[in-house]
Structure formats: C-alpha cells, structure tokens
Design a protein around this ligand. Structure first.
Ligand code: F6R
Ligand code: MG
Ligand code: MG
Length: 388
C-alpha cells in the first residue's frame, strides 16, 4: 500500500509589523530557511510558508501522521527562532502566541493554531488551505456548512453519487471541551443549531459518510481560553479536500462570495465582515481589519505541494470585497455599541472587565435593580477570568 500523506498546517503570530498588521519579511525569511533544512533532512516532503496579516503560516507535508512530535517540534522551534528575529527588530508582540516555555511534543494548547489531516492520496488530490487573520475559528462555521451541507452552494450534494450520501460534522463545544458528531442531511437542523453559535461551537472536522474519508479540518484552538485572558484572536486555518466526491474547488470557495459577519477585528472585540483577499492584500489596516481570509490551493503530488494558487485574487471576488468594505463602514458607525462590539459575555477575556471592576463600587441600588445585576455579573466574571 502506498504511504499516506499528512498535511500539517501550523501557524502562530510571533511578532507584528507594524503593530498587528503584517509579518516582517525577515521573519518569513527565517521561517523559510529553517523549514527548508527540515525538508533537506527528510522530515518533511514539502512545505509552503505564507502569511496572513501578522500570522506566520507553515503548510507542511510528510508521511508521519497527525500530531507527530518531530513535526510539531519543528514548528515550535521555527516560531521560537522567528521570535528571536522579532525581538531583535523590536517587532510588535514578539512571541505573542507562544504561551508556554515548555514544549512537550505537541504544540496544541500552547498557543499556535493547528489543522492536520492524513489520507491516502487519490489519483489526483486538490487541497485548499484557508487562512484568516483578526478573527476566530467560529468564522469557518458558515462557509463549511455551505460547502458540505447546502445544495444551493454545492450542487454536487445532489448530483454527485459519491457526495450524495452526505457528510458528518464534528463540532467542538469550546466551553465544555466536548465534541459531537452529526450527520447531514438528516441532522442538518441540529448542525445549524450549534454552528450558528459562532462564539461557542466550532466545526472541527468533516468526514464523507459513504467511506469515512476526512474532508476538512479546522484549527479550533481558542487562545483566550488557553491563556485565561485576551492575548489576541486565534486567527484560524482550515484545510479542505476537493473534487471527485468532495465539493468541487468552485463549491469550496463559493461561500466566501458572501462576506459574512465574524468575531474579531480590532482588539478581538468586534463583529465585522470576513473579506476574501489575494495574498498581498492580507494586511488588516482599517480599525485593525476588517478580518481577512486568503485561500491557497495545491495539487498534492506524492506529498509535493504543487502550488499555491491564490484563489481570491480572482476578480470574481471583487463584488464580495466591495460589499465587505461597505458593511465594514456601516458596522464602524456603531462605534463602541453592540452589535459592532461583542456582547459582555464574549468580552469576558478582554481587558474590558478590568475597567468595569474599577467602577463597580459607583453603582447604587435603585428601584430598577436589573442594571446593577448586569454589572455585578460582569464584575464577578472578572474574578473568574483572571483566576483561570
Ligand atoms: C486584534 C489585534 C489588534 C489588537 C490591538 C490592540 O486581533 O491583534 O486589534 O488587539 O491593536 O493591541 P495591544 O493590546 O497590543 O495594544
Ligand atoms: Mg498580533
Ligand atoms: Mg493575527
């Protein structure tokens, strides 16, 4: 049997240029230099280093399976070395996503985002890697639902016998740290029940029901939960297999023609549109945003990454961008008001509760007790958040 191929996408923000906007070219250079050594030594079959905003994206292929300690160690060490460069250049937030001093075999839970899948390569293996900045993994819920469960987006669900049996969604409850698997089409309302709550439930993986083949995998690490306080949004990645029984390439990227509202933007505290952009435009600027997504397509050839194709460079996405800029402008006019700013619950891990805590004693009980109750709850959460 031919060896299976593993695709490991591991990413981190280890220093921004300028502020939280982009990655410095010297950081990218360092990452490429280090990762090339690992390819030469035979650990990796191939790699592609990209950036999305201030995030360094390591796209790697190898034959060692998911969660392989040497591949995780490689990524961790690259991030450490890039942090050194970031420190030398006094880049912003050097080492921001490396939340632990101790690496113990797997970067999961230590800060970097991870999406990995292993499969036996088909006769031809198109794979798309989505990378987003200034948002959280819940941003994938809507597009992934559309790709794999909505026939208005993916006619293949109706037409292609290999896809007609539907897909299984594995959904993570980040609060409880539990997962649930639900089958579409018959449980699609249940899927929507959860995926609609983008701040708590996140699509983790998708499998084809007819043969259990992995179809998609997302990074679901929530930095705020790992760190117990806000340390930047987790800026997620998503890997999707395409064609011949999976959604066609066009069906995979079609959901992004609608720039849906996601959590993130400045201070990770606002709703804004997710804008599909070409690689060079993954530079969140206005109000530290709006959130961006890029898509790199590869043909995987015995582990070799033929690509990338920059999918959102297509002018067909111009309309989505124009719409997104308008939506961004509209949302911005709300200033500090919800629903532009996130709800108090979602702000629990930001610095906002600290400000509220200071004003706690200024409230006086009145005939209408409901206001003081709200503030008390938020203040109580401050204590919990800082203790975690
Ligand atoms: C959002 C983000 C930025 C920062 C903002 C404040 O993901 O990274 O919007 O939150 O620039 O940054 P600090 O707190 O580092 O001054
Ligand atoms: Mg940053
Ligand atoms: Mg980022």
């Amino acid at each position: 049997m031919p060896e299976k191929t593993t695709v490991s996408v591991i990413k981190a923000d280890v220093g921004g240029f300028v502020g939280h906007c982009t990655s410095h070219p010297k950081l990218v250079e360092k990452a490429k230099e280090e990762i090339a050594k690992a390819k030469k030594e035979g650990l990796l079959t191939d790699f592609c280093v990209l950036t999305c905003g201030d995030d360094l994206e390591l796209i790697m292929t190898h034959t060692h399976g998911t969660g392989y300690d040497k591949v995780h160690a490689l990524a961790w060490n690259i991030f450490l070395k890039c942090t050194e460069v970031a420190k030398q250049l006094k880049l912003y937030g050097a080492g921001q996503d490396l939340l632990s001093d101790a690496f113990s075999g797997n970067v999961k839970g230590l800060g970097p985002g991870v999406a990995e899948m292993e499969f036996a390569e088909r006769k031809s293996e198109p794979v798309l890697v989505f990378m987003a900045d200034k948002t959280s993994p819940g941003a994938w819920n809507l597009p992934v639902y559309k790709m794999f469960a909505d026939p208005f987006n993916t006619p293949g669900l109706v037409i292609d016998p290999a896809a007609h049996g539907g897909f299984t969604f594995e959904i993570l409850d980040v609060e409880e740290n539990k997962t649930i698997k639900l089958n579409t089409p018959e449980e699609s309302y249940d899927v929507l029940l959860f995926l609609g709550s983008i701040d708590r439930f996140m699509v983790k993986a998708v499998y084809r029901r007819s043969d259990g083949e992995i179809a998609a995998v997302a990074s679901t690490d929530k930095l705020s939960h790992i760190a117990g306080q806000y340390v930047g949004k987790d800026d997620p990645v998503l890997v999707v297999r395409s064609q011949a029984g999976f959604p066609a390439v066009g069906e995979v990227i079609e959901p992004f023609a609608f720039p849906h509202l996601v959590e993130g933007w400045t201070r990770g505290s606002h709703h804004g549109p997710l804008v599909p952009v070409k690689f060079d435009d993954a530079r969140p600027t206005r109000f530290d945003g709006p959130p961006r997504v890029i898509c790199a397509g590869f043909q995987i050839n015995n582990g070799v990454l033929e690509g990338p194709v920059d999918f959102f460079s297509d002018p067909a996405y111009d309309l989505a961008r124009t719409r997104a800029w308008k939506v961004a402008d509209y949302m911005r006019q709300h200033g500090p008001f919800q629903p532009h700013r996130l709800s108090l619950d979602a702000m629990e891990y930001t610095t906002l509760p600290k400000v509220m805590e200071k004003l706690k004693g200024r409230f006086v009980s009145g005939s209408n007790g409901s206001h003081s109750k709200t503030v008390k709850t938020a203040a109580a959460k401050t204590t919990t958040a800082t203790k975690r």
